[in-house]
Design a protein around this ligand. Structure first.
Ligand code: GTP
Ligand code: SPV
Ligand code: MN
Length: 588
């Protein structure tokens, strides 16, 4: 399929090392993919779902010990340990290669090695980049076929170029003790062994499009971010684009596809989805920041997705979708998850593959991090700019997290540098998207803590430099928090579609149409400026408390930030020290 010497010699190396029975190049054709689906169904790797209700849809269950990203087994293998920084796990590259090759040696005996050429971003786009993944998993091939642009066309664009990323994935024995997800940013190399779960094995996604790409972006003056991208169309038909970084399972897919409240839709407002997880952003010819979504599909959280919370995501899963670790309803061979509806199946199989009765069982049927892999083109609100190779101009960047207290519903930073500070101090409660405790507040700068492929102090410096280059064309930076709780532990803000009310305020701020209250941390809406029309049981009295900024709480927060900043030593930009000092003075 290619004459590219660097590609061919690496595939030879992989063949030597992994010793597969055969090698299959993925050309991207529907016939080849269909044959693989059949084969996976015969072996039990996939289950074909009801063709009438869910055409072209399949169910897969991963091993019970392999259901989320494994941050403590994810490594950045830079030559110098210091370059990985204090927030990443590090291994010496030579030692890591040796260890990983020893684990992977001979692991594909009796198996097929699939070679997947893929493009992150529209094939041939100036913002796109190419990778090759070898894998022994048909599940990975079929997921990559949805999540990226794959096949022969990618190799044609690559030609003789050496600018591509190597990705070795081998399931080995799914041994959790020998599970490693390693990145070699200086070599454009990713190696993943002993896992079969999404974020660990779909190497184009977090491994390439964030960890490797963030490092490339620093060196090449662009940005790879854990951000959704959406377009907001006003009744005059003008569209403004915003990107937003929230940590895993904190609402990116939901915000990216939201349907505005009735009053807004009647008036002619619309939301268009460009991306739901990752944004690659570059300064365009006009000096503004332009973003593409490097992915071609959505690897979305299933639980909580329903006709009310996210009808567009649900619609996206109705054909050509792979479901992972959800409930199989045996009555009609469809799928179910917690929060889909109030009618769990009684004759079903849970995510572990055991018989499950949703009316009687106390256990959850779907894993909290169960997922759907759906083609982006299925999404009813997919943007007309989704395939635009130049990307879309970004007017505002939103940071956000899951905080029961302290952080108000929304605030605007004072300027770009202050916005970088706001991103750098983000904190959020952990979720089921990664193995480990759930609900613990941790600092997660720019929602990139698990995904930044180099020293995070240098990453902050890169953000500051991008701001200098953008000058007065820089997007405005905001922070949101949909997750404030009342004394009884209920969410105060209705969230989901009603988050459009906050987006509306953000766009009004960008356009200079609305005043705001200045607080210690930034500009907060005047309560009367958020449109609450049509909300039931929620008025200014309910809104006021979640707009408040408590100087006492933020003084405490400043202490936590100082503690966190200490980690970065002299690689924390001076500007961020100054920003912290300003916050301290403001809350006095
Ligand atoms: P990753 O794919 O892991 O990066 O997650 P994500 O950021 O795309 O999160 P997603 O939109 O899938 O939402 C994760 C969980 O948060 C789901 O259970 C949602 O129901 C819930 N959620 C999303 N938006 C809101 C909101 O506005 N309010 C509340 N209360 N919950 C929300
Ligand atoms: C996340 O955890 O942020 C995800 C899912 O989007 S995964 O692909 O597993 O990283
Ligand atoms: Mn994500």
């Amino acid at each position: 399929m290619t004459n590219n010497k660097t590609v061919l010699s690496w595939i030879d190396e992989m063949k030597e090392l992994l010793q597969p029975d055969q090698i299959v190049w993925i050309d991207g054709s529907e016939e080849q993919l269909e044959a693989l689906r059949k084969e996976a169904c015969e072996s039990g790797e996939l289950i074909k779902l009801n063709e009438e209700k869910l055409p072209g849809c399949y169910l897969h269950r991963t091993a019970v010990n392999d259901v989320a990203r494994v941050e403590d087994r994810t490594f950045i293998c830079s030559k110098d340990e210091k370059d990985a920084g204090p927030t990443n796990h590090w291994k010496d590259p030579q030692e890591a290669y040796k260890m990983l090759f020893d684990i992977a040696r001979g692991s594909m005996k009796g198996r097929t090695m699939y070679v997947i050429p893929y493009s992150m971003g529209p094939v041939g786009s100036p913002l796109a980049k190419i990778g090759l993944e070898v894998t022994d998993s048909i599940y990975v091939v079929l997921n990559m076929a949805i999540m990226a642009r794959i096949g022969k066309a990618v190799l044609d664009v690559l030609g003789d170029s050496t600018d591509w990323v190597k990705g070795l994935h081998s399931r080995c024995d799914i041994d959790a003790e020998k599970r490693y997800i390693c990145h070699f940013p200086e070599d454009n190399y990713i190696i993943s062994v002993n896992s079969g779960y999404g974020g660990n094995v779909l190497l184009g996604k977090k491994c390439f499009a964030l960890r490797i790409a963030s490092y490339q972006g620093k060196n090449e003056s662009w940005m790879a971010e854990h951000m959704l991208i959406l377009g907001i169309e006003n009744p005059q038909g003008e569209v403004k684009y915003v990107s937003a970084a929230f940590p895993s399972a904190c609402g990116k897919t939901n915000l990216a596809m939201l349907i505005p409240p009735e009053g807004y839709t009647k008036a002619g407002y619309k939301v268009w989805t460009v991306g739901d997880d990752i944004a690659w952003m570059r300064i365009g010819k006009d000096g503004r920041l332009y973003a593409i979504n490097p992915e071609a599909g959505f690897f979305g959280v299933a639980p909580g997705t329903n006709e009310k919370s996210n009808p567009n995501a649900l619609a996206s899963t109705k054909k050509g979708t792979i479901f992972t670790n959800v409930v199989q309803n045996l009555d009609d061979n469809t799928v179910w998850w917690e929060g889909l509806d109030k009618n769990p199946p009684t004759n079903a199989i849970n995510w572990k593959g055991e018989p499950w009765n949703g009316k009687e069982s106390d256990e959850k049927g779907a894993h909290p991090n169960s997922r759907f892999t759906a083609p982006a083109i299925n999404c009813p609100c997919i943007s007309s700019e989704f395939e635009n190779p130049e990307g879309v101009p970004i007017s505002a960047i939103i940071f956000g997290g899951r905080r029961a207290q302290t952080t108000p519903l929304v605030y605007q930073s004072k300027d770009w540098n202050n916005g970088v500070f706001v991103g750098s101090i983000m904190a959020s409660e952990t979720t089921a998207a990664a193995a480990g405790a759930v609900g613990v507040v941790r600092r997660d700068p720019m929602a990139m803590l698990p995904f930044c492929g180099y020293h995070m102090g240098d990453y902050f410096a890169h953000w500051l430099e991008m701001g200098e280059k953008l000058g007065d064309k820089a997007p405005k930076i905001f922070n949101t928090n949909w997750f404030r709780l009342d004394d009884e532990g209920h969410f105060i803000w209705p969230g989901f579609g009603d988050n459009f009310r906050v987006l509306d305020w953000i766009i009004n701020r960008v356009e200079g149409k609305v005043e705001a209250n200045e607080t210690a941390i930034g500009f907060v809406p005047k309560a009367e400026d958020l449109n609450l029309e049509g909300l039931k049981d929620f008025g200014v009295d309910e809104l006021q408390p979640i707009l408040e900024v408590s100087n006492e709480q933020w003084a405490k927060e400043a202490e936590g930030i100082e503690e966190f900043y200490k980690k970065f030593g002299d690689r924390l930009p001076e500007e961020l020290h100054n920003q912290l000092e300003t916050l301290r003075n403001n809350v006095k």
